[in-house]
Design a protein around this ligand. Structure first.
Ligand code: ADP
Ligand code: ADP
Length: 233
């Protein structure tokens, strides 16, 4: 079933002469268990779409059904609640708190999600084990490589068991070896049932996903490309 359904989504910034139509009638369905990437030129609306999908921003018009609930017109507090319950985020910069250990960084989202304190440590350790960092629980970010830091960020993103994992240029700050480590983890998570949606401008990264959605001028111009299709673009 559809986990993400964008229906006639518009996003307009500014007004009058400075008006920008960042999204212009975007329609997109992502089914539960998919692994897709979002591509397209700079300024085509990818970040705006991700901000809406991630409940960080509201569309100007249209409907957004996340897990069958229309969240398009929810207020900030309701959106924050949905983000915490249903979504996990991974960014280009890892955004780990430097004074906390890997384990403590991963425990943090559970504080806001009402997870029983007695469970937090064990669940965080489990998430770090899933990303191959069982032996790094007590290291601080500066004691970890870039790839390892991104894996901590992935553990933090999945610890509340989100229905969708959203990643915005997650390999943008990594070299090719750690990029493939991180992509292997996304594949494993997807194989275990997590829906993954990622923005990337790197064709080699997009090729590791199963479906590519292509934006141009605020619209989805290809909604279902395969990795092989990228060779012909
Ligand atoms: P992409 O992520 O594909 O580079 P964006 O979603 O960032 O595209 O931008 C789409 C369009 O909306 C661009 O023309 C951009 O300049 C504009 N835009 C994005 N955010 C804002 C904003 N906060 N205020 C005004 N215009 C914006
Ligand atoms: P990205 O590197 O993901 O494309 P951008 O550089 O497009 O990011 O945007 C960075 C931030 O600036 C975002 O919060 C975006 O909403 C905002 N932004 C982008 N374009 C504009 C614009 N023309 N006017 C105001 N804010 C913008």
């Amino acid at each position: 079933s559809a986990i993400i359904r964008l229906e006639s989504i518009y996003k307009i910034y500014g007004s009058g002469e400075t008006e920008v139509r960042a999204l212009n009638d975007v329609n997109l369905i992502v089914e539960q268990g998919e692994y897709c990437s979002i591509m397209g030129p700079s300024g085509s609306g990818k970040s705006t779409a991700m901000n809406i999908i991630g409940c960080l921003d509201r569309p100007t018009g249209g409907h957004y059904y996340l897990d069958n609930v229309d969240v398009a017109q929810m207020n900030d507090k309701e959106l924050a609640h949905i983000r915490n319950k249903k979504l996990g985020f991974v960014f280009q910069q890892f955004h780990l708190l430097p004074q906390l250990t890997a384990l403590e960084n991963v425990m943090l989202p559970m504080v806001y999600a009402d997870i029983d304190p007695s469970e937090r440590r064990e669940r965080a350790a489990e998430a770090l084990q899933r990303v191959g960092l069982a032996n790094r629980l007590n290291n601080k970010p500066t004691q970890l490589s870039g790839g390892q830091q991104q894996r901590v960020a992935i553990a933090r993103a999945i610890v509340n068991r989100p229905v969708v994992l959203l990643a915005d240029e997650p390999t943008g700050a990594l070299d090719s070896r750690t990029t493939s480590e991180v992509l292997d983890i996304f594949s494993e998570l997807n194989n275990s049932g997590i829906t993954v949606v990622m923005v990337t401008h790197e064709p080699d990264v997009a090729r590791q996903t199963k479906r590519i959605v292509w934006f141009r001028d605020g619209q989805v111009v290809h909604s279902d490309l395969t990795p092989a299709d990228l060779n012909h673009l």
